[in-house]
Write a protein that binds this ligand. Structure first.
Ligand code: ADP
Ligand code: MG
Length: 267
């Protein structure tokens, strides 16, 4: 039995004047603890897939099941991390992390201890009482990660969480997030425009094409790469082989998109 299933999911966005078919017939299954990346041109529906899984927008057609429960009916937690950290500037890092539990009236001492432990684990032990404005972009994203993990989500959805960071910070965070997700055996879906990031963090990669958004190809990441830290994956001989295959698929997708739309960029 798979952990998360999308079965023939399609989505239309409607406005008064027109509609956009954002997703067409998306089906896939993910096992518990798997890390999946989604790559594809801008506007192909990557964020729409995550928003549907998060239950933020209901799909027009098809079904999403998490642990065999329909996503619109389940109470299972889903964590969502975006490019922007959305930390509240007037709250300390600790209070930002504990905001979710506080809203859910679950702000116990045990959870506070867990928040301290997690913040320590991501290297923010010394800044728990500081405000977000005094932290670097990478530190803020680490705080956002802890805020997402503290609620113990079943699935972690990551929508380009590293794309606003400088290259070095991004590489360090990839290592950290990968370590933490493996430690806590979290199931995750990452949307990224970075092929290297997708290869170095994932078990499988889905490549999408646009108009309407579909999954055109799926790649299994070789086991030797999965067992390495992201930083070292990039040096592995098998990395470049897979990179070239994904690149070829993406550039074909780009050509198709350009023919059908005009100004689609690979992101
Ligand atoms: P991606 O994340 O791959 O860039 P999105 O999922 O954001 O793509 O968008 C997929 C398509 O749906 C795009 O054509 C986009 O313009 C359209 N779209 C996204 N959100 C909305 C919305 N709220 N209303 C109307 N159209 C939307
Ligand atoms: Mg997006």
């Amino acid at each position: 039995m798979s952990f998360l299933t999308l079965d023939r999911v399609s989505h239309h966005y409607f406005s008064k004047e027109n509609y956009t078919k954002a997703l067409n017939d998306i089906s896939f299954s993910i096992e518990e603890g798997e890390f999946i990346s989604i790559l594809g041109p801008s506007g192909c529906g990557k964020s729409t897939i995550l928003s549907i899984i998060a239950g933020i927008i209901p799909q027009t057609e098809g079904e999403v099941l998490l642990k065999q429960q329909k996503i619109e009916e389940t109470k299972l937690g889903i964590g969502y991390m975006l490019q922007q950290d959305y930390l509240f500037p007037w709250k300390t890092i600790l209070d930002n992390v504990l905001l979710g539990p506080k809203i859910n009236k679950n702000n116990t001492n045990k959870l506070k201890e867990k928040a301290f432990d997690l913040l320590e684990e991501v290297g923010l032990g010394d800044v728990v009482k500081d405000y977000p404005s005094s932290l670097s972009g990478g530190m803020r994203q680490r705080a956002a990660l802890v805020r997402t993990l503290i609620t113990e989500p079943e699935v972690l959805l990551l929508d380009e969480p590293f794309s606003a960071l400088d290259y070095l910070t991004k590489l360090k965070l990839e290592n950290l997030v990968s370590d933490i997700l493996k430690t806590y055996k979290k199931t995750a879906i990452l949307v990224t425009h970075d092929i290297g990031e997708a290869i170095s963090m994932s078990d499988r990669i889905f490549v999408m094409e646009t108009n309407p958004g579909t999954i055109s190809k799926e790649f299994d990441v070789p086991i030797e790469l999965r067992n390495e830290k992201p930083f070292y994956v990039r040096r592995h001989p098998k990395y470049q082989v897979l990179f070239d295959k994904v690149w070829e698929t993406l550039t074909k997708t780009e050509t198709i998109s350009e023919n059908s739309k005009g100004d689609v960029e690979i992101t």
